[in-house]
Design a protein. Structure first.
Length: 544
């Protein structure tokens, strides 16, 4: 029996350039092609125009005293300034710190202090987020923060104007001093406990991941990539912005934050060829009344990632949204982010039931979580990966880095996975999410996939809640399809005789939605806490 270990091809060499050098190469080849389209701001730039703006912003940062290695925070939803700052900081070797736009004061204060930000770029406000007020409240507690640029005020024009004092030669000299292995980005990953950790990524990490992810989508300069996913996360800034910059494709930014109707309009108006999203985003678009009236004939590919994709949703995306070559990607922030992906020529069955095979220049193995031994193919264990894509470490946290990356360089994901005989990987759950009911190991995703087959169910999330008799019991939160009707008893009855009795949810709750992160991941920790309170299981939680 073969072991669950695999490695990608090394036929094509990795890119050994900085992000700025790669941008210059793209401008030389595709300078007159569209690069950035931000409909909600009226921005439309070619790659040559985009690079010129990036240089203006880069010089502005230099004029304000930002040195290579200094940390510059970016705290905003998806605006053009986000992308310009991303490439401008990379151009001068500053480390961009991605601050989650959903953060509030305590989280903001922690991220700014932990990373040592000298500058923060943000807006005064967006929707219910009063960014300026929050900055004002934490500033006294962040002594290292020297300046704040509010890009929806005159601050932005002043920053660019200051850049006029920096010569082209000075910018070129700074850029030439950089190495592809330099840290260039810090992304805070939220754990279930404790403070978030700052995954630190290099030019080499994220530029190569962007290139390889794009290769799996068969990108070239004619592609137009719609990005409703947040830039502060790797999905937007690496798989989206950086991948576009490698291939000379266009970045289409439909909205500051996801809105399904606006995204559907952008797909039609901008003749988009590739669409990104987490499963919940695709579910929202599939259920939107405009779907039937929009011409999506230009779409061919895209990426669904961020959380496990329900098989039925994947089938509908292929059938109803014309995404015949849609791919599934899997990874984590600490791996830049993608380590496995389906290919455009994989069969539909493979693309709806796996997260693909290991990418080029990447190794993967599945191990017994207890012993660390590689297990046989087909068995379930912890997914681990090694290669160019593994982060440099958690910013200023060597002990936590050592817990995640072992002495041999393997990044331990905490995800439970299987690998088949052809090397295709399937994620079956999180080690921490696994429900142990009376000694039975139960994977929530298996039950979720079954619940999706009920005609009235649009989405389902399964968690374990404490139980004094069995240790844990199964609870399902179910969201019904638009206009559908079903009771909790109807859904439970649907399960009988179709899945094992011990997998039928003891508790079932019909909901309008789920607690979510900004990236569209369901917050199961929050679901569990609310369920314990609602069901009166506090006593069981103490003893289970």
């Amino acid at each position: 029996m073969a072991l669950s270990i695999d490695s990608g091809s090394t036929d094509t060499p990795l890119i050994e350039l900085t992000i700025g050098e790669q941008l210059a190469a793209t401008v030389a080849t595709h300078g007159d092609r569209e690069a950035l389209v931000v409909g909600h701001q009226g921005v439309r730039q070619t790659w040559a125009e985009f690079a010129a703006t990036v240089d203006e912003v880069a010089k502005g940062l230099m004029a304000r005293g930002i040195e290579a290695g200094d940390r510059v925070g970016m705290w905003s939803p998806n605006f053009a300034e986000w992308v310009w700052i991303q490439f401008a900081t990379a151009r001068i070797g500053a480390v961009q710190v991605n601050v989650n736009p959903a953060y509030r004061t305590s989280e903001l204060e922690y991220a700014l202090n932990q990373s040592g930000c000298r500058m923060l770029v943000t807006r005064t406000e967006y929707l219910t987020s009063a960014y300026r007020d929050m900055v004002d409240s934490v500033a006294p507690n962040v002594p290292g923060l020297e300046s704040v640029i509010y890009f929806d005020t005159d601050d932005w024009a002043a920053l660019v104007a200051d850049g006029a004092s920096v010569s082209d030669e000075a910018l070129a000299a700074r850029a030439a001093s950089l190495s592809p292995d330099d840290p260039i980005n810090i992304q805070y990953t939220s754990g279930t406990t404790g403070f978030p950790k700052g995954a630190t990524l290099s030019h080499r990490n994220i530029l190569n991941n962007a290139a390889l992810v794009g290769r799996m989508c068969d990108y070239d300069e004619t592609d137009r990539i719609c990005l409703p996913v947040p830039f502060y996360h790797c999905f937007g800034m690496v798989m989206g912005n950086l991948a576009a910059s490698v291939y000379g494709a266009a970045m289409i930014v439909p909205t500051p934050t996801f809105e399904p109707g606006t995204v559907l309009r952008s797909l039609e108006e901008e003749r988009v060829t590739s669409l990104y999203g987490v499963p919940t985003m695709f579910i929202a678009q599939l259920g939107h009344p405009d779907l039937e009236t929009r011409d999506l004939g230009s779409l061919r590919t895209g990426i669904m990632a961020g959380s496990p994709c329900p098989i039925e949703v994947m089938r509908q995306v292929i059938e109803k949204m014309n995404m015949q070559q849609v791919t599934i990607a899997y990874g984590q922030t600490e791996t830049s982010p993608v380590s496995t992906q389906t290919r455009t020529d994989d069969s539909v069955e493979v693309r709806v039931t796996t997260v693909g095979r290991v990418l080029p220049h990447t190794e993967a193995k599945i191990v017994d979580p207890e012993t660390g031994d590689v297990i046989e193919r087909g068995a379930s264990g912890e997914y681990c990966t090694r290669g160019y894509h593994v982060m440099l470490g958690y910013w200023n946290e060597p002990e936590k880095t050592a817990e995640a990356i072992d002495a041999d360089g393997w990044m331990h994901s905490g995800d439970l996975a299987t690998m088949d005989d052809d090397g295709y990987v399937n994620i079956v759950g999180r080690i921490k999410d696994m429900i142990i009911r009376g000694g039975e190991n139960i994977y929530p995703r298996e039950i979720e996939e079954f619940l999706y087959t009920h005609p009235a169910v649009a989405d389902a999330q399964v968690i374990g809640v404490p139980d004094q008799k069995y240790g844990e019991e199964i609870m399902a939160w179910v969201q019904l399809a638009e206009g559908a009707e079903a009771t909790e008893d109807d859904i439970r009855e649907y399960c009988r005789g179709k899945i094992a009795h011990f997998k039928i949810p003891r508790y079932l709750k019909i909901v309008d939605g789920f607690p979510m992160t900004v990236t569209g991941k369901v917050r199961k920790v929050e679901m569990r806490e609310k369920s314990i309170a609602d069901l009166g299981l506090a006593a069981a939680a103490e003893t289970a």
